[in-house]
Design a protein around this ligand. Structure first.
Ligand code: EPZ
Length: 417
């Protein structure tokens, strides 16, 4: 087990360059399956989740080459259509590979991804979309077998704007006969990035980023070189870390319009935000003010920022109320923050935070990716030493987090155990 040891109380000052987006990279890596040719990807973060996804592509018969920041995927000789169960269980977002495998081979076998730390994470919307496209689905003993002679364009209406299900519907319908109309589609920027890459390969996708996406089936896709968008959640995380330490940090290589709701909430709690091109300068106040947060599908406040923002608010002046509308179990980090002296009560979807003057360092356990990031955020200002255990969760989604924080003046080290 790996842990961070953080010495709290240092202001973050300086610049940080944001890495490529984890949540855009995963469906974009999956899309490389569709062409049967070579896809060159740039700006893919070197983190656990991208490494696992590339491992699965190799298992399926793709050739994968990595050299300093560039990833080359040749899916010509891909000859397997089954996603290994142990990898499905390890990372539920591998489910988005299924849409790409089916889209190209008209068959795929995968297992239920299983729940995770933040909720049941069902895939009913994914499977319903596949069925609408004419794909036969058989489920037995936890395995899902998908097969069809052809994929026929259709109308898919999502009960909920699921990010993964929208990505899967797009991937599975790129070569469909005719048009596929997706309504109540998720509008996250990661879906726009996926569509931009697929269109650069010769797909015909219109309306990505809106509630109505139209996919017109094509015969084939071509080689592409594509740079993945910056990670909007990493950007938001660093802004909250700068804010909680009373610091001044400049984020470089970000897309400010991807994080408008985060920026406006940061201003509401007293930070000064200056946006210039693809940079954001945050200057924190002496004391943050409590604010209320409601997580919503994009373009609302992102659920992935709920825990880090909540950690920041534990030392704000006045109360804050958070309502988590997306996942049913995304407050597991609260118990760990309370060990550091935070005053938070959770009732169902709602967390009420009573700002305290100071947090105290403690040994705390990461409960999930963003919950772990929340504990690091708190450790940056907690009095004394904080040990954040099980940082494997955090390494899934943040590239070089400790190095980036040290460059901003934090005292943070990785230790074994
Ligand atoms: C993506 O997960 C992201 N992961 C998540 O980020 C993010 O929190 C989430 O979208 C919401 O923005 C990746 O992109 C790899 P959903 P996804 O399908 O696609 C329910 C992180 O920290 N639902 O939009 O799994 C589901 O249970 C991760 O980077 C169904 O009921 O999210 C949840 O309550 C965490 N049936 C809600 O919809 C389905 O078939 C949102 O899920 C699918 C989803």
């Amino acid at each position: 087990m790996l842990s961070y040891i953080i010495e709290g109380g240092r202001r973050l000052e300086g610049e940080v360059t944001i890495s490529g987006s984890k949540n855009a990279s995963l469906p974009i890596i999956a899309a490389s399956i569709l062409s049967g040719k070579t896809t060159k990807l740039y700006h893919v973060p070197d983190i656990h989740d991208t490494r696992i996804t590339l491992e699965i592509l190799k298992h399926l018969g793709c050739k994968v080459k990595k050299n300093n920041g560039k990833i080359e995927i040749d899916s010509k000789h891909m000859d397997r259509h089954e996603i290994p169960e142990h990898l499905m269980r390890e990372m539920r977002s591998t489910v988005v590979l299924a849409g790409a495998i089916i889209g190209r081979f008209k068959e795929a076998v995968f297992s239920y991804p299983g729940g995770c730390d933040i909720g049941a994470r069902p895939i009913d919307l994914h499977l319903a979309a596949f069925k609408k496209l004419g794909i036969n689905i058989e489920e037995e003993a936890g395995y899902i077998r998908c097969k069809c002679d052809k994929i026929v364009g259709t109308k898919i209406d999502f009960d909920f704007p699921s990010v993964g299900a929208t990505e899967n519907a797009i991937l599975a319908s790129v070569f469909a006969e005719g048009e596929t109309i997706i309504t109540n589609a998720a509008m996250e920027p990661e879906i726009v990035d996926l569509a931009n890459m697929l269109n650069a390969m010769g797909a015909k996708i219109e309306g990505a980023g809106t509630k109505l996406v139209k996919v017109t089936g094509v015969e084939a896709l071509k080689e592409v070189s594509y740079k993945v968008m910056p990670d909007r959640i990493e950007a938001g995380t660093f802004l909250c870390m700068g804010a909680i330490t009373g610091g001044t940090i400049l984020l470089k290589d970000v897309v400010p319009e991807h994080i408008t709701p985060i920026l406006s909430k940061l201003e509401e709690c007293g930070n000064m935000i200056q946006v210039k091109g693809n940079t954001i300068l945050l200057t924190a106040p002496k004391k943050l003010k409590g604010v209320d947060i409601k997580t919503m599908p994009y373009p609302g406040f992102p659920t992935d920022m709920q825990s880090v923002f909540g950690a920041m608010l534990t030392v704000a002046k006045g109360p804050s109320v958070i309502i988590e509308n997306i996942f049913e179990n995304r407050y597991k980090y609260v118990g760990e923050l309370k060990r550091m002296g935070a005053k938070i009560t959770v009732e169902g979807k709602t967390a009420v935070i009573k700002g305290v003057r100071k947090l105290s360092g403690a040994t705390v356990k990461s409960t999930d990716l963003r919950g772990g990031a929340a504990l690091v955020t708190a450790g940056l200002i907690a009095r004394g030493k904080t040990k954040v255990e099980h940082i494997e969760y955090i390494l899934r989604g943040y590239e070089n987090l400790d190095q980036k924080l040290r460059n901003l003046g934090a005292s943070i080290e990785v230790v074994e155990g």
